[in-house]
Design a protein around this ligand. Structure first.
Ligand code: AIR
Ligand code: ASP
Length: 282
């Protein structure tokens, strides 16, 4: 097979040119970074697990009416996604205080928030992804008011859905980060769709009983067994059989096969490709 053309390499993922027009291959690496890339490690197996977790959650969200960039799984580390223009805003949804919210405002970690909170961050590594207001977003044209409204309404629905899904599995969805992209239809109409990934790299997930952190905070805070969170979440979601780990190592051949089997069960998703979402109002 011809070598794939690399379009972009990020901290945790690589994007390659896709096999069909308008598609991109999203490759999940084992690299983990924090502090804007200053802290780095390889967490063996993370890429495979995040690829599966994100494919699964995006498929679920698509089924409840959230348009996403996910098309299908390709292999253990790669998925086909739609090419979009990423809107340079990270939406963070919080249900429980943790991380930068606790630090910035002195709210004790673990405090249940009275209602979910949405924050916006401007996606810019040089500036360290600063927090911004909706006024900044529209004033500087990072997104217009329609796009922002669309992102916020999807973020609420995603939070409702994921909160319930994880609660049913004994996991608390503390907070998470979303990215959206613009996609133009055949007739020039604009769609706003969910992009990037949803995985323990951009969600905080705690075991409900023990409150143990089962996400990237294990790496950020130098806790032991950094792959544990990814593995635990994939297992709770029913995505990895016990024997996929051989003596502590993930069997990538087995993971490859699982990725393809999952596509067989989600043929319905193909229909939605023709109808990615609600078109923008004129
Ligand atoms: N996040 C924000 N920027 C990058 C990521 N991954 C995610 C974190 C956390 C949430 O957004 O993983 O789930 C809030 O992060 P913080 O650091 O603002 O508390
Ligand atoms: N991945 C980002 C970084 O490299 C932020 C994070 O997830 O902590 O800084």
């Amino acid at each position: 097979m011809a070598r794939k053309k690399k379009l972009y390499e990020g901290k945790a993922k690589i994007l390659f040119d896709g096999p069909e027009p308008g598609t991109v291959i999203q490759h999940f690496k084992d690299d983990a970074t924090a502090l804007n890339g200053k802290k780095h490690a390889i967490i063996a197996g993370k890429g495979v697990l995040n690829n599966r977790i994100s494919a699964h959650l995006m498929t679920k969200l698509e089924a409840m009416g959230i348009p996403t960039h996910f098309v299908r799984s390709i292999n253990a580390r790669e998925q086909l996604v739609r090419a979009v223009d990423i809107i340079p805003i990270e939406l963070v949804v919080r249900n429980v205080a943790a991380g930068s919210l606790s630090k910035r405002l002195g709210i004790k970690e673990g405090t249940q928030l009275g209602r979910p909170l949405i924050e916006y961050y401007y996606k810019n590594d040089e500036l360290n992804d600063p927090m911004v207001s909706d006024d900044h977003i529209t004033t500087f044209g990072w997104a217009d008011t329609y796009e922002l409204e669309e992102m916020i309404s999807m973020a609420w629905r995603i939070n409702d859905y994921l909160n319930g899904l994880f609660a049913g599995l004994g996991v608390i969805l503390v907070d998470f980060k979303l990215e959206f992209g613009r996609l133009w239809g055949e007739h020039g109409e604009l769609y706003i769709i969910l992009a990037d990934e949803i995985s323990p790299d951009n969600c905080r997930l705690w075991d409900e009983k023990t409150k143990e952190k089962m996400d990237k905070d294990r790496f950020r805070l130098d806790l032991d067994d950094q792959v544990k969170g990814y593995h635990y979440i994939a297992e709770r979601l029913g995505l990895v059989p016990q024997d996929i780990f051989e003596g502590g190592n993930l069997n990538e051949n087995m993971a490859d096969k699982l990725a393809l089997i999952e596509n067989e069960f989600s043929k319905k998703r193909r229909l939605r490709e023709l109808n990615p979402g609600k078109p923008r109002k004129a």
